[in-house]
Design a protein around this ligand. Structure first.
Ligand SMILES: *Cc1c(COP(=O)(O)O)cnc(C)c1O
Length: 554
């Protein structure tokens, strides 16, 4: 470096500069204006990255290799430099709200839910206790109350908290199951003995494995019940398994029912599962019947249609959409029968990551999670709110609760119905268009969510017959693999075109399901997940045309 005179700078001078890096704590029109201007400047920069393609800027090579050559920065930078840097890191981000984005169950967040996250970011509420979170704590309690009403839980009995994702809600559900099974002793003594089971369906989310692993239950103790062609848990197989298990005195902590599977919107028959649990508990004289947790992180939003007048149909939805919604709502209405359930606002709630709710039918169950069981969680009782006594997290942001509250107040049932109605309607149209092709098979035929899974076949192949044989016929295994590769090629071409601003961005699932005769043989699928209120009939037409054109070229 240079031989020049050493630069001395008193830290207090630096501190003066650093103060300009923070929003000012007391009102100061100039510095307040600077804060607003900085954010607005940042938003302008990111805005300038928008184009016809459903992505900010251009798709970037990810530079992971060089990352480790960077040391910890030596010098102070500036807010202006960081504005550029942050905007730069937004490059390559998919725009979930884009009309040509049908990629995943990822929500474009509403403006008020973004403001809630900004409020959280600026004032940093921690709902460990209301002492550190002011009215953000109230927002949590009120959001839970509104959701009790939506679900049909008794507000005098039920309770809940926001947590770190859908996975967190399943973790809480299974943890309650464990505690109930061991009489509330697991918190202090750990899981005793081996072979405690968690029962769920084959089509359930893979987070069941994380939960089993992290709770000390063990992934090998996750029992997956086969799914039917409708992607719901086979009740016959469930009953057979449970009977055998209870006869062998096996211990089952929890049954997880999925209401809206991620890949196909399969909906388990929760009412039947709860009845079966109750009946077998009586028959086998179980002291601790399995806890039933409903993984409704995607499906919960359909509850807003529970009291919709499908006859009069004031929203003017199409007949096919009505049928589909009614079908789903009928199943999902059973949610109040679950002992606990999960809700993701960052999925079908249109809030930013992360905003997940864990709810219990009996809030006294939360006592089982309190670190000092002698201490009752004094929910709403003494004018103080200290959920930190039983939450897994210590620091827990208030932003997620406020964002959820904001969206429920902003959209109401009316707004959620219109948005969910729309995405289901667009998916129905897409299915109709795809079904009209003699070379496409729509795989999730009976599941009527916003997701469509399909496979494309070469000339001379009957799609329905081919898909049938792929699932059942060992002699057809070579064709199955060829068709997987064929679809992969089509998907990749679609992806390239979408990124170039010439078409719709879809996604891909490696294993929609597995061949019935060999669990290692996946059946892949092209996937469309419609979430954006901007996705219209043109985008649906584009997908259909795109698929046909690319198939011709291949
Ligand atoms: C997404 C999803 C999860 C996991 O939720 P995260 O919020 O991603 O942790 C669990 N179950 C289902 C059905 C899901 O779709």
């Amino acid at each position: 470096m240079s031989n020049g005179p050493r630069q001395w700078q008193n830290y207090t001078d630096i501190l003066e500069q650093l103060k300009t890096f923070f929003p000012v704590p007391t009102s100061n029109p100039i510095m307040d204006g600077y804060f607003v201007h900085t954010i607005s400047n940042f938003l302008d920069r990111v805005d300038s990255l928008k184009s016809a393609a459903p992505i900010l800027g251009i798709e970037q090579e990810r530079r992971y290799e060089n990352s480790f050559q960077q040391g910890f920065p030596e010098k102070i930078s500036s807010v202006e430099e960081m504005t550029k840097l942050l905007a730069d890191y937004c490059q390559g981000m998919i725009i979930w709200a884009h009309p040509n984005c049908q990629a995943q169950v990822i929500a474009p967040p509403t403006i008020p839910s973004i403001m809630a996250f900004m409020a959280g970011a600026i004032y940093n509420p921690n709902i460990l206790s209301d002492e550190y979170s002011g009215r953000f704590a109230e927002a949590e309690v009120q959001a839970i109350a509104m959701l009790c009403d939506l679900v049909g839980y008794d507000p005098k009995q039920a309770g809940g908290i926001f947590t770190f994702g859908g996975t967190g809600t399943i973790l809480y559900g299974c943890k309650l199951g464990l505690e109930k099974l061991f009489g509330g002793q697991v918190m202090s003594c750990g899981v005793r003995g081996e072979g405690v089971k968690i029962v769920t369906s084959e089509a359930s989310h893979y987070s069941r494995l994380n939960v089993a692993g992290w709770l000390g239950i063990g992934t090998k103790n996750v029992v997956t019940i086969p799914s039917t062609a409708n992607n719901e848990m086979s009740l016959i197989d469930l009953e057979n398994y449970l009977r055998r298990a209870f006869e062998r005195k096996e211990r089952i902590a929890a049954i997880i029912a999925t209401l809206g599977t991620t890949d196909a919107f399969g909906i388990d028959d929760l009412a039947a599962i709860v009845h079966l649990r109750d009946q077998l508990a009586k028959e086998y004289g179980l002291e601790h019947p399995p806890h039933v947790h409903a993984d409704s992180v995607i499906g919960w939003a359909w509850l807003t249609f529970r009291d919709y007048d499908f006859q009069i149909n004031p929203l003017g939805l199409h007949a096919r959409t009505i049928r589909s919604l009614q079908d789903s709502v009928q199943r999902i209405s059973a949610l109040s029968m679950a002992d606990s359930l999960g809700i993701d606002f960052h999925k079908t709630g249109y809030a930013p990551y992360i905003s997940s709710v864990f709810m219990v039918k009996n809030r006294s169950d939360l006592n089982l999670l309190s670190r000092d069981p002698a201490q009752m969680p004094y929910l709403y009782r003494f004018g103080h709110y200290n959920p930190g006594i039983y939450t897994l997290e210590c620091s827990r942001s208030g932003a997620s609760a406020l964002a959820a509250l904001a969206n429920m107040r902003l959209l109401g049932k009316q707004g959620y119905r219109a948005i969910i109605g729309h995405v289901v309607e667009m998916s129905e149209m897409l299915r109709e268009r795809l079904e009209s092709y003699p070379f496409v098979e729509v795989l999730n035929d009976y599941n009527y969510g916003p997701v469509t899974l399909f496979r494309v076949y070469p000339d001379g192949v009957d799609p329905a017959l081919a898909f049938q044989r792929e699932q059942t016929d060992p002699d057809y295994c070579k064709q199955l693999q060829e068709h997987n590769a064929y679809n992969r090629r089509i998907f990749e071409r679609i992806h390239q075109q979408a990124m170039a601003g010439e078409g719709v961005l879809l996604s891909w699932t490696d294993a929609y399901r597995h061949a019935g005769y060999d669990e290692r043989l996946p059946i892949a699928a092209i996937k469309s997940f419609i979430m954006s209120p901007w996705t219209g009939i043109e985008a649906v037409e584009t997908v259909a045309r795109q698929v046909a054109r690319i198939r011709e070229q291949i």
